[in-house]
Design a protein around this ligand. Structure first.
Ligand code: NDP
Length: 464
């Protein structure tokens, strides 16, 4: 008897997803490539290792793996993104039949997904790209899943994906049909970008507590833990509270970790995409560059002069207020990027649904995300929501104070200052872009529009 679902790539994520599928009683064929010189048959070993694999078979032979599946076949790829995925597609497709579906759960670029959909469509094979978020634990216990592609193919695979996904507060799966093309991978990319900025914001808050208020990691953890009981609640806050207290002997592990952040490229993609689309996702960009900067410790500039002026110390509730506003700006910027892509590519994305499937299972799940899902049911723009406007109006002063306090202590706070700059930039109290337009018109005759002419007509001045 043939199996109902196939999975390729039993690495960190693939193995956990396979166990999740098995726990949901799906019969499975599992494949992991044969590694030259290895005695180990990874798929068989994995099946032997976990009791939930009662109805699964393991393969290293691709043809046998494909033949073990009922048609139309549903095969989930959880392998390295990039050229490895293209190479693998070319290896497996000759064994597949028209009407079968390949699902790519790796962190693929959304443009690659669109290209693969078109490439395989010509061969009669369906291709679905899906974002998967939640890391290893999420994959096992329920990730957030963001599939996109041809409708017929989505209908074939969503029963499986809905079943293994996390559940939101109303017990609905954190999985939704996102839209056509690579829209699923697009929103996963932006999810990761927003995640970069959320992580960096917490690192900057930590810096203030540690280096200005001179609190130890345990004390900071206490504060984060308390915040996590209220409206600032988020998965990243929860894990940061936990990791701060972890010790090896008498030392905190975080004090042993090199001050150098890595990345796997999705923040870079988000930044490039935002730039290409003309969307100021400044906090994501700042968070990405903060990681790059962390890899530079410049020998000649390790000691820089610093004045001893001190700004007033902020209270914990002022810091919380600043953090809350900065997170709102980050989410506004991320969702604006998604909204713009939806319009540009005619994807007709449902922002409320996207926020809803990010309320559980994924890394940026939070109380704020639940609120955002509700706001998008009636508004197109988070900054048009009363709850956002009220908080930003009353707490922007704390955001400014936090920036001043951190800057006066020479702390790098790129995401906080970008949140503040964004808010100062979008209001109407000063003008600077008029100088830019005049400069452009001066040297390049690029023209400008006038305040007293609402028609939008272009004017040019002979400046000299
Ligand atoms: P791992 O490195 O743990 O596993 C990678 C898997 O891909 C292994 O099974 C590996 O096989 C297989 N693989 C690598 N190259 C090839 C190839 N050329 N042909 C066939 N199989 C290949 O990575 P993860 O499980 O962490 O990630 C898998 C995918 O999921 C990636 O695209 C990643 O970006 C994405 N992802 C990861 C998340 C995470 O939190 N880790 C979250 C969401 C998505 P072998 O064992 O033989 O090397």
């Amino acid at each position: 008897n043939k199996k109902s679902f196939g999975l390729v790539g039993l690495g960190v994520m693939g193995k956990s997803l396979a166990r999740n599928l098995a726990r949901n009683n799906f019969s499975l064929s599992l494949y992991n490539r044969y590694v030259q010189g290895s005695e180990e048959k990874i798929a068989e070993k994995t099946i032997a290792e976990y009791p939930e694999f009662v109805n699964a078979s393991g393969f290293e032979d691709l043809e046998a793996f494909v033949n073990d599946l009922e048609t139309p076949r549903k095969i989930f790829l959880m392998i390295k993104a990039g050229k490895e995925t293209d190479e693998f597609i070319d290896k497996i497709v000759p064994f597949m039949d028209k009407g079968d579906v390949l699902i790519d759960g790796g962190n693929s670029h959304f443009a690659d997904t669109k290209r693969r959909i078109d490439y395989l469509q010509a061969k009669g094979i369906f291709f679905v790209g899906t974002g998967v978020s939640g890391g290893e634990k999420g994959a096992l216990e329920g990730p957030s899943i963001m599939p996109s592609g041809p409708k017929e193919a989505l209908d074939l695979v969503t029963p499986f994906l809905m079943k293994i996904a996390a559940k939101d507060k109303d017990h609905n799966p954190c999985c939704a049909l996102i839209g056509p093309d690579g829209s699923g991978h697009f929103i996963k990319m932006v999810h990761n970008g927003v995640e970069y900025a959320e992580m960096q914001l917490l690192a900057e808050v930590y810096a203030y507590f540690r280096y200005v208020l001179k609190q130890n990691p345990e004390e900071i953890s206490e504060v984060f833990h308390t915040w996590n009981q209220g409206k600032l609640k988020s998965y990243l806050l929860e894990i940061t509270a936990k990791l701060l207290t972890k010790k090896e002997g008498d030392t905190y592990i975080i004090d042993q970790i090199l001050d150098k952040a890595g990345n796997k490229g999705t923040g870079n993609w988000t930044t490039v995409t935002a730039t290409e689309m003309g969307i100021p996702a400044t906090m994501i960009t700042a968070a990405l560059f903060a990681r790059y900067i962390s890899t530079i410790k410049h020998n000649y500039l390790l000691e820089l002069p610093s004045d001893s002026s001190e700004y007033k110390k902020l209270s914990i509730s002022e810091i919380a207020n600043a953090y809350e506003v900065a997170r709102m700006v980050n989410h506004q910027q991320g969702f604006e990027l998604i909204r713009t892509a939806s319009e540009t590519y005619n994807w007709e994305l449902n922002l409320s649904e996207i926020a809803r499937i990010w309320t559980n299972g994924c890394i940026i799940r939070s109380g704020l995300m639940e609120e955002i899902s509700t706001i998008f049911e009636i508004k197109k723009d988070l900054f048009a929501a009363e709850s956002f406007v009220d908080i930003i109006k009353s707490q922007k002063v704390d955001l400014k104070a936090f920036c001043m306090g951190s800057l006066s202590a020479d702390l790098p706070i790129p995401t906080f200052t970008n949140a503040l700059d964004f808010l100062n930039g979008i209001r109407n109290h000063t003008q600077t872009a008029n100088i830019i337009q005049a400069q452009r018109d001066f040297f390049g005759a690029h023209t400008y529009q006038r305040r007293n002419d609402p028609s939008g007509k272009s004017y040019h001045t002979i400046w000299e």
